[in-house]
Design a protein around this ligand. Structure first.
Ligand code: ATP
Ligand code: MG
Length: 444
């Protein structure tokens, strides 16, 4: 296992002080999986003050979570968190331990960790793995350390962490752990919105997202109540072979792992149960679900305290996911002018995944072809740098004023808008001379 030099140096300083110190948790798991760990967390028998004494004078140390035994050592190559071996007291709020107690023994510390794959350390003698973490890594299992019901009872966040790791590592949740997560799911209401968001965000971007969503919708509905009405909802449509939640989960799983795209697909049809009607033949429809869905998406994301840029990025995708795409260059240019290429690229991905998550049929195939044609035209227009907005016109309002074609005011705005329309339609070239000649011909 390749431990980075700055981590080795800190380990050596702690060990020279007479303490046990080892990399632990995610970094050990990721290294065993052959992935580069995001960060290297250390655990140690040293108390926080002793950690600081070992780090000094070479490195500065911050009291990040001193009450819980965590010190952040600022090495030249980045911060490293060092946490004293500890066990946790009661969890009266199902979220945070009431207190922690420092212990001398590594194995006791490993026993408080959530999953077997996260409860391994790299000691001087090799991997310390008292709970079968390596076997579960090899088998692809998320399994609680100890009795699952108790572990979820202590900390409801672990329920979401189980789902998140299952998605991100593309593992399955061991049956007893899954059953306990399901039973404890009502306690998810006690997890803060920020934590729910952070876990769901990682879950959605994982390679196993579609599978985990399909399997665990009932669990997630306790964290995101708008999911509830979608579970088992029969769309009564020959275009759907799955229930509404099954369709949503499948669409998420089929989409590229881009944040806006996957969030939009999670949210795109949440308003369907509310908008649902049956036609004369008994087929289901949900008129207006995209517009309602865009409002609902904003509400769900606001409740999860999602960042504003995500709300901004996701809303148009939900709003337009069901609208037919233009099939001619001028129409495509108008969409490009209104939304910009990055949003259209996301919208194309949303459309495609949504369509592919339907039952195959001629209507779906036709819409996939339309999506492909739209993508081709939009990509071409974007690459060519076609003029799609007034500010891209080869003449400005100031130019038109200077040559006396038009004075400042509302008429100028209309004239520039009309000029853009001519350029978009391909009737006038986006060159100063052509645009001025066209403008001079317009009625005053
Ligand atoms: P990543 O950083 O890739 O998300 P990680 O496993 O490092 O994964 P962290 O949240 O950084 O996850 O936590 C570090 C370690 O602390 C975990 O590997 C696990 O051993 C332990 N841990 C974290 N959160 C909990 C929790 N809620 N309950 C029990 N142990 C936890
Ligand atoms: Mg980590």
């Amino acid at each position: 296992m390749e431990v980075p030099a700055h981590v080795e140096q800190l380990l050596a300083a702690l060990r020279a002080g007479g303490f046990v110190a080892c990399p632990v948790g995610g970094c050990v798991r990721d290294s065993l999986l052959g992935r580069a760990p995001g960060d290297w967390d250390l655990c140690t028998s040293a108390r926080p003050e002793q950690v600081k004494a070992c780090a000094a004078p070479r490195w500065r140390a911050l009291d990040t979570g001193i009450a819980h035994g965590t010190v952040t050592v600022l090495t030249g190559d980045g911060p490293v968190e060092v946490t004293t071996f500890r066990v946790e007291g009661g969890y009266s709020d199902h979220r945070r331990p009431d207190g922690v107690r420092f212990v001398a023994d590594l194995e006791e510390d490993l026993a408080r960790r959530d999953f077997t794959i996260n409860a391994m350390a790299l000691d001087e003698g090799g991997i310390v793995d008292p709970f079968g973490g390596r076997a579960d890594l090899a088998a692809g299992f998320i399994r609680c350390v100890g009795e699952p019901a108790r572990r979820f009872e202590e900390d409801a966040l672990r329920i979401l962490r189980a789902l998140r790791f299952a998605s991100c590592l593309d593992f399955s949740i061991e049956p007893a752990t899954l059953a306990a997560a399901r039973a404890a799911a009502p306690t998810l209401t006690r997890v803060s919105a920020e934590r729910v968001f952070a876990e769901l965000d990682k879950l959605l971007l994982g390679p196993g997202a579609g599978r985990v969503l399909a399997q665990c919708g009932d669990i997630l509905a306790h964290a995101v109540p708008a999911i509830g009405p979608c579970l088992g909802f029969d769309l009564r449509s020959p275009r759907h072979e799955l229930d509404l939640w099954g369709h949503i989960a499948r669409a998420v799983g089929l989409a590229p792992p881009r944040r806006n795209v996957r969030w939009a697909l999670l949210l795109h049809d949440l308003a369907k149960p509310d908008c649902f009607v049956l036609d004369g033949q008994g087929f289901g429809h949900a008129p207006g679900h995209a517009a309602r869905g865009a409002v609902l998406a904003k509400e769900v994301l606001a409740r999860l305290k999602a960042p504003g840029h995500l709300v901004q990025g996701v809303q148009p995708l939900v709003r337009w996911h069901d609208t037919p795409l233009p099939q001619d260059t001028p129409g495509v240019r108008r969409w490009l002018g209104r939304w910009g290429w990055p949003t259209l690229e996301d919208l194309i991905a949303v459309k495609r995944a949504d369509l592919l998550a339907h039952a195959d049929g001629p209507a779906i195939r036709r819409r996939l072809q339309e999506t492909a044609r739209f993508e081709k035209l939009a990509r071409q227009a974007h690459r060519r740098g076609d003029c799609v907005r007034v500010d891209q016109l080869a003449v400005s309002g100031a130019d038109l004023m200077n040559v006396g074609v038009c004075r400042a005011g509302p008429r100028m705005g209309r004239l520039l808008g009309a000029a853009l329309n001519e350029v978009i339609e391909g009737r006038v070239e986006n060159h100063p001379a052509a645009l001025l000649a066209w403008a001079r011909k317009q009625k005053r």
